[in-house]
Design a protein around this ligand. Structure first.
Ligand SMILES: Nc1ncnc2c1ncn2[C@@H]1O[C@H](COP(=O)(O)OP(=O)(O)OP(=O)(O)O)[C@@H](O)[C@H]1O
Ligand SMILES: [Mg+2]
Length: 243
C-alpha cells in the first residue's frame, strides 16, 4: 500500500473582482468609500490525493484555475476554504528567480536564493558547481543578475530550485521556459526526480508530456473538477471534450 504525499481536500478559492476601482484620490472622494465588487470563485470544491512517488498533472483550458491551484499548493495563496496537507519537504518552481536581488551577482544570488529556499550554507557549497553547471551561466557568474538575459535569469533560478532536492516538487509550465536545449535538460531532470521516487505536481498544456510522465491527472474547467484519476483515461476524456 502506498501513501499519499499531498492531500487536497475540498479546496475553494475566491477572488474579489473590483469594478470601477478608485484610481485617484479625487475619484475616491467623489464616489465615496463604496467600491463595487463581485465574488469570483476560481476554484470550487477541488479534492484529490497525489500518491508518494507519483507525477500528477493538472490540465484544463486557459483560465480554468490550474495556476491558482498550484499557487495554493505552493503556499503563495491561501485557500478560501478546504485544506492542503503534505508529507515531506515541498519546493515550488512557480516564480523562479523571484528571490533574486538585481544588484547582486549570480554567485551571491545562489547563496541568497538557496538559503531562502531552505538550504544551509554547507548544502549550497556542496551543490554550487552543479547549480552553475546546469544553469550554463558560468561565464557571467560574477556579473549582477540585472545584466542577465531573461532566459539566463530563469535558468539560474530553475537550477537553484531544482537542487533544493525536495520530496515534493510543484511546477508550472517550466518546460516551456528557456531554449530547446534547456527544456530537454529540465525534462530529463524531472525524469531523474521521478526515478528517485519523488513526487511531482505539474501544470502543462502539452498532452504528449502528460502522457509520457504523468501517472495521474486532475482535469479542471472553470474552477470545477471534471475528472481525476489515471492519466490515460483523464487525458482521453479531456481530448474528447475538445472535439
Ligand atoms: N489574483 C487574482 N485576482 C483575481 N482573479 C484572479 C487572480 N488570479 C487568477 N484569477 C482568475 O482566476 C481564473 C483562473 O486563473 P488561472 O491563472 O488559475 O488559470 P489557468 O488555468 O492557470 O490558465 P492558463 O492555462 O491560461 O495558465 C481566471 O479567470 C483569472 O482571471
Ligand atoms: Mg496558468
Amino acid at each position: 500500500m502506498s501513501n499519499w504525499a499531498v492531500r487536497v481536500s475540498d479546496v475553494s478559492k475566491k477572488f474579489r473582482l473590483y469594478h470601477e476601482r478608485n484610481q485617484t484620490l479625487k475619484s475616491a472622494i467623489l464616489r465615496g468609500r463604496t467600491s463595487k465588487h463581485e465574488d469570483f470563485w476560481a476554484l470550487q470544491n477541488v479534492s484529490f490525493d497525489v500518491m508518494e512517488g507519483h507525477t500528477h498533472g493538472l490540465i484544463g483550458s486557459n483560465g480554468s484555475g490550474k495556476s491558482t491551484l498550484l499557487k495554493c499548493l505552493a503556499k503563495i495563496y491561501w485557500p478560501t476554504s478546504g485544506t492542503i496537507e503534505y508529507r515531506g519537504r515541498m519546493a515550488s518552481l512557480l516564480e523562479v528567480g523571484s528571490g533574486f536581488h538585481l544588484e547582486l551577482s549570480g554567485r551571491e544570488n545562489i547563496y541568497l536564493n538557496g538559503s531562502i529556499l531552505g538550504m544551509s550554507k554547507k548544502e549550497i557549497d556542496g551543490k554550487f558547481d552543479e547549480i552553475v553547471d546546469f544553469s550554463g551561466v558560468e561565464q557571467f557568474l560574477d556579473q549582477p543578475v540585472k545584466n542577465y538575459s531573461s532566459g539566463m535569469y530563469v535558468r539560474l533560478g530553475f537550477s537553484i530550485a531544482i537542487n533544493v532536492d525536495p520530496d515534493i516538487l510543484v511546477v508550472d509550465e517550466v518546460l516551456s521556459v528557456g531554449d530547446e536545449g534547456f527544456q530537454r535538460k529540465s525534462f530529463e531532470k524531472f525524469l531523474e526526480f521521478k526515478k528517485r521516487g519523488k513526487t511531482i505536481i505539474m501544470v502543462t498544456h502539452t498532452m504528449p508530456v502528460v502522457e509520457e510522465i504523468c501517472d495521474t491527472v486532475t482535469w479542471i474547467e472553470k474552477g470545477t473538477m471534471m475528472a481525476t484519476g489515471k492519466a490515460k483515461s483523464v487525458v482521453a476524456s479531456y481530448k474528447k471534450s475538445l472535439d
